[in-house]
Design a protein around this ligand. Structure first.
Ligand code: ZN
Length: 254
């Protein structure tokens, strides 16, 4: 049996994007011969794809001081994994404006973590989301009303495993799933049996790109179109956006 994890969009996003919306069918560039491998991986991980729906791009990130609430259901060994993983992420993204802070109260969280199933998840975060029984973990997020490229808060549940925990944390930081065949692998596949046990180099580089905020600008701040229907398509597919990606990459940021 295949075991899945999931990243659920906000209902408002999901239901406004019906199959008849005419969203463009996005596939990575056919001509990847001259393209840095992280570019196609970037487009893969910041796109959303669903059964019966085409995919669309939605690069977004957490910002500022990211308060991470860890529920009492998370055991000590997993807290250590979380702390180490957040440190690794902080070093990777080299963005001084991002900080992680572990908090013990639910109040004001940006990322919330519970170890347990949907029942506990719904109880702790006071929601009523349902998940297929085959899921071993999932993450959800809410966008900031004023800054749609910012994740205001995100929550995850997981039942077991370091890889799944890291996978869900990356969802709360802005990654969607690796939907396309990628010979280099990813920790972000839907199916747990396909996931690399840790971030691949491409995964790490996409995270760096997503959180880059330097002389070439910020990727998420570049996609400022909050129109739900547009889903950033025009901006992300624009030459200017690709130039931004390439400028960051060409200047040895990765
Ligand atoms: Zn997932």
């Amino acid at each position: 049996m295949k075991i899945f994890c999931a990243f659920l969009l906000l209902a408002v996003v999901f239901f406004q994007c019906s199959p008849s919306d005419g969203l463009m069918n996005i596939t990575p560039e056919d001509d990847t011969s001259t393209e840095h491998p992280v570019i196609s991986h970037f487009y893969d991980l910041v796109s959303v794809k669903r059964d019966g729906l085409d995919s669309w791009y939605e690069p977004r990130s957490q910002k500022g001081t990211i308060k991470v609430y860890i529920h009492e259901s998370v055991p000590e060994e997993d807290r250590l994994i979380i702390a180490n993983f957040l440190s690794e992420i902080k070093e990777l993204i080299r963005n001084e404006s991002i900080q992680f802070e572990i908090i013990n109260e639910l109040e004001g969280y940006n990322i919330g973590i519970v170890k347990g199933g949907p029942l506990l998840f719904n109880e702790v975060f006071k929601n009523d989301r349902s998940f297929p029984p085959s899921y071993l973990g999932a993450a959800t997020y809410t966008r900031n009303n004023q800054d749609c490229a910012q994740i205001e808060k995100a929550e995850l549940w997981y039942t077991e495993g370091e890889t799944l925990l890291k996978h869900e944390i990356l969802h709360t930081l802005g990654f969607f799933h690796a939907d396309y065949a990628d010979k280099n692998g990813s920790i972000m596949y839907h199916n747990i049996t396909d996931m690399e046990p840790d971030m691949t180099e491409n995964d790490k580089n996409v995270l760096r790109l997503l959180y880059y905020n330097g002389v070439y600008g910020s990727i998420v701040d570049t996609v400022a179109d909050c129109d739900e229907d547009a889903m950033y398509m025009d901006e992300v597919e624009s030459e200017a956006f690709k130039l931004l990606l390439n400028s960051i990459i060409d200047n040895d940021y990765l």
